[in-house]
Ligand binder design. Structure first.
Ligand SMILES: NC(=O)c1ccc[n+]([C@@H]2O[C@H](COP(=O)([O-])OP(=O)(O)OC[C@H]3O[C@@H](n4cnc5c(N)ncnc54)[C@H](OP(=O)(O)O)[C@@H]3O)[C@@H](O)[C@H]2O)c1
Length: 360
């Protein structure tokens, strides 16, 4: 009898038991073979500031084989963990990711990736030195719709891209929030800049530069913020790139205005609008200059019951099993560039976050 090859398993450790960790972990439980992967995901450990919360998370999500830890350090030291997902508030991304890398773990860290570009550079340095995978969890980059949109733009269907508008706004009722809420506490890296603007900036970059290698500079930036309770409530920036002298991007985010979740890409031959929401796109529409219209849906019945984190999760698996330290779809230079641009918008907008969380 011939022996069946053993399926590879990527063993995840989840750091923090909040909202995003819950949704992310639920997606990890969907069998990756339904999406054509040759490996499986397994959640083997959960770390929290409280062991009781870690154990409750394990019980509630039915993570039969997972071990609960009452500290991040214990999670990072678990020899069964291959990769750590960092789902803590923004201020904790850098120290947690750094400690996980130094403990020998691959890392997928939520957005805003770090508090500033210097922290991103330091994480990249450690990842490359230790040959460990590291990525900002910008899940929107991995949806089939996003990949299709990049291909359609690169293929020239809307002509030369002239303008991109990406606007992400939601009324989080910040005026009613306690000072300590992660969305508005400066000590936790609160504000629209690190919570919402990473999406709008990634969309500007991925539509203006469908091939990441084409971008080599930092754009000229004009940024403006409305600051309330010491963090930015609304932020807008205009970006123009030396590589694209006829193009401009306008990106904006708001934590206190009605819901807008929209990306519009204007080309010389037509205008592409992202369907669904920019964080989890489902397809696109093109209206050509001659009034013709085209609508493309990219949803996949195999992922109907998922939030959509599975696409980035599979990319983490593919890259780790291939021995790569980064993903070509969201590489280290992109993460550093994103943080460098956000740093400049922060400087121009006058946002000052506490020194303790800016430290490298
Ligand atoms: N990709 C996306 O679509 C998406 C959506 C929402 C949020 N996010 C990102 O995910 C991160 C978490 O957001 P969330 O909505 O899940 O927040 P959340 O519900 O408040 O959960 C954050 C968790 O982090 C831990 N935590 C809280 N304060 C901490 C601190 N000072 N130091 C270390 N750990 C702390 C807590 O878990 P324990 O009590 O178990 O330690 C808490 O439950 C943020 O960076 C946010 O930008 C991403």
């Amino acid at each position: 009898m011939t022996e069946q090859p053993q399926t590879k398993v990527l063993r995840w450790g989840i750091l923090a038991t909040g909202g995003i960790s819950t949704n992310f972990t639920k997606d990890l439980l969907i069998d990756a073979s339904t999406r054509g992967q040759d490996f499986k995901h397994a959640v083997v450990a959960v770390g929290s500031r409280s062991k009781d919360r870690a154990d409750a998370f394990i019980r509630e999500l039915g993570l039969d084989i997972a071990k609960g830890y009452g500290s991040a350090v214990d999670l990072f030291n678990d020899p069964n963990v291959d990769v750590v997902y960092v789902g803590t508030p923004n201020s904790n991304h850098y120290p947690a990711s750094k400690a996980a890398l130094l403990a020998g773990k691959h890392v997928l860290c939520e957005k805003g990736f770090t508090i500033n570009a210097k922290q991103a550079e330091e994480l990249v340095r450690i990842s490359e030195e230790k040959r460990l995978f590291l990525m900002e969890a910008m899940w929107s980059r991995f949806f089939p719709a996003t990949i299709a949109i990049q291909e359609v733009i690169a293929g020239g269907k809307i002509g030369t891209v002239r303008r991109v508008f990406a606007d992400l706004a939601q009324d989080f009722k910040t005026f009613d929030m306690d000072d300590g809420h992660r969305l508005i506490a400066p000590s936790l890296g609160g504000g629209a800049l690190l919570d919402l603007m990473p999406y709008t900036l990634h969309w500007a970059l991925l539509t203006l530069f469908p091939h990441p290698a084409e971008i080599s500079s930092i754009p000229k930036i004009v940024g403006q913020m409305t600051i309330s309770r010491s963090v930015d409530l609304h932020t807008t920036a205009v970006l123009s790139f030396d590589e694209l002298p006829s193009a401009q991007a306008v990106i904006s985010g708001s934590m206190a205005a009605g819901t807008v979740n929209q990306v519009v890409v204007q080309g010389s031959e037509g205008t592409l609008t992202v369907s669904g929401v920019m964080v989890a796109p489902t397809g696109y529409k093109i209206k050509y200059n001659d009034e013709r219209e085209e609508t493309v849906e990219c949803s996949d019945p195999n992922t109907d019951n998922a939030f959509g984190f599975c696409f980035e999760q599979d990319e983490v698996g593919r890259q780790i099993f291939a021995g790569s330290v980064e993903s070509p779809r969201n590489n280290h230079q992109t993460s550093i560039r994103v943080m460098t641009i956000l740093d400049e918008i922060k400087r121009q907008g006058g946002l000052i976050l506490p020194q303790e969380i800016e430290r490298v």
